[in-house]
Write a protein that binds this ligand. Structure first.
Ligand SMILES: NC(=O)c1ccc[n+]([C@@H]2O[C@H](COP(=O)([O-])OP(=O)(O)OC[C@H]3O[C@@H](n4cnc5c(N)ncnc54)[C@H](OP(=O)(O)O)[C@@H]3O)[C@@H](O)[C@H]2O)c1
Length: 459
């Protein structure tokens, strides 16, 4: 019996008549890459350097038929890829007759969306690394892809080097997930761990990170938490089977974290990380991206530098932990190439994965709820012009909202005109805490509004 070679669009069992075996190269799947920046260049390098292994693992090669970027003339295309069409017009890639999978590595939500929609309209599968677009419109794009009978894959969109989509869609999909914690922004994690390690201020560490290429010239998407928010929106949608959009997620960045905060956190045997959290509560799903105190003993506290990590807790399988590089041309390129291999296999086998990873069933129990319902112990850091009676006034504001003080911490400091100290409070609701902070806002001895961070107890 000869093997049956299916062509794209063939149904697996529609025609069992054996055909002549084709040489390996003739069975290749054609790829078009749009966007040749960090991820695009890493993807092409892996497709070129690892071509032999990829072909062996697949049973057929991937052929890069066309590449595109606005400055394509200046780009180095690895010689091993032969002579793909080079163009500045992405439509030429989508329209190329030998391109079966379109790789969208442009980013943003405008051109990228047009590329994906145009590919689907031509019956071509899509691989993308675009967290922003997938967080915003992934569910709708996936519905269109299913209607167009194409495959879509987006492993690289979250935690570049960690295959977390595959884990949630396949590896632990049989579990019922209660909680997901992530460190999902490498730039923030690098900055926080450098502040912790060296006692340097946020601004100087950010400047160094920009000079070293770890942070963008406009760092807002990273340090204000928006990049991590997109990633959490995608992971929470996959983990909980809900339609979750970025606006459902309470988001706070890391700009206010100082070396002093690490000093106090260490006194409490904690550290500070930008924690992306999705927690099932009896009322619904609590979603947040915010700097938080986490115990030094937890595995997440050991995630340093530009690394990412995801911790998932399921009802049946308990805790699993995933760790790796969150970004960079090669780690992210591996995710893109692995997606290409999966989609190519599905094209060959004619059995595409045509169930959307988003909102596979709206169970309702996982509906997002406001962060004001969060219940936690909190760390409150104050900067004050010192004078008698300050603690009494702050304690009164907390007591008025029925919040109990757990402790007061003050490291030695001689500057009475700008004195930092910390109050930790016992578990309370975020709403009560906000009401207490609103009372404090009127107190004239405060140099700036208090910094409030949850102390994560369940890690
Ligand atoms: N960087 C990472 O480590 C990482 C990790 C995970 C996911 N991602 C995601 O991967 C995607 C790409 O990120 P990146 O860092 O590789 O971005 P990048 O370095 O800025 O590269 C973007 C590429 O897209 C091209 N481009 C932009 N607009 C275009 C247009 N209208 N037509 C044709 N080409 C166009 C650019 O062309 P020119 O070079 O000619 O200007 C450039 O080659 C984004 O969605 C990002 O969120 C990135």
């Amino acid at each position: 019996m000869h093997p049956v070679n299916l062509e794209p669009g063939d149904q697996p069992f529609a025609d069992a008549t054996p055909r002549a075996v084709q040489p390996l190269a003739a069975q290749s799947v054609g790829v078009g890459v749009i966007g040749l920046g960090n991820v695009g260049s890493g993807t092409l390098a892996i497709l070129a350097e690892n071509a032999d292994q990829i072909a062996l693992k697949l049973g057929f090669p991937l052929r890069v038929e066309a590449v595109c970027s606005r400055s394509v003339a200046d780009k180095q295309i690895p010689a091993a890829l032969g002579s793909p069409v080079r163009t500045t017009n992405w439509r030429e890639v989508v329209d190329h007759p030998d391109v079966q999978i379109v790789v969208e590595l442009v980013g943003g939500t405008t051109v990228a969306r047009e590329i994906i929609e145009a590919a689907a309209a031509r019956g071509k599968s899509v691989v993308t690394a675009n967290k922003e677009l997938m967080a915003l419109s992934g569910a709708d794009l996936w519905d269109s892809a299913i209607a167009a009978r194409i495959n879509m894959a987006m492993e690289a969109s979250v935690a570049g080097g960690i295959p977390i989509h595959a884990v949630l869609r396949e590896g632990i999909s049989g579990d019922r997930i209660n909680t997901l914690y992530g460190i999902l922004n490498g730039t923030c994690n690098y900055i926080l761990t450098e502040i912790e390690r060296r006692g340097a201020g946020f601004d100087s560490v950010l400047r160094e990170a920009q000079e070293a290429g770890y942070a963008e010239a406009d760092p807002s998407a990273d340090v204000d938490g928006f990049d991590a928010r997109s990633k959490l929106a995608i992971l929470a949608a996959l983990a909980f089977g809900e339609r979750i959009v970025p606006a459902d997620i309470y988001t706070e960045g890391i700009r206010r974290i100082t070396p002093i905060d690490f000093g106090y956190a260490h006194m409490l045997r904690h550290t500070i990380r930008l924690i992306c959290a999705a927690r099932q509560t009896p009322d619904g799903l609590l979603l947040s991206v915010r700097p938080s105190l986490i115990p030094q003993s937890t595995i997440l506290a050991g995630v340093r530098g530009a690394y990412n990590a995801v911790w998932v807790r399921g009802k049946y399988g308990a805790d699993t932990f995933y760790y790796g590089r969150g970004a960079g041309p090669h780690p992210t390129g591996v995710a893109v190439v692995s997606d290409l291999m999966r989609v190519a296999r599905e094209i060959r086998s004619g059995s595409p994965e045509r169930v959307s990873p988003f909102a596979h069933a709206r169970l309702g129990e996982y509906l997002p709820i406001p962060i004001s319902l969060n219940r936690a112990a909190y760390y409150l850091r104050f900067r004050v012009k010192d004078r008698p009676g300050i603690i009494a006034q702050l304690a009164a504001a907390l007591a008025a909202e029925s919040i109990s003080i757990e402790g007061v911490l003050q490291l030695p400091d001689e500057d009475a005109s700008d004195l930092p100290f910390v109050i930790t409070v016992e578990p309370t609701t975020e709403q009560a805490l906000r009401d207490a902070l609103a009372r404090m806002a009127k107190m004239e001895f405060l140099i700036e509004p208090p910094l409030a961070m949850p102390i994560e107890a369940s890690l």
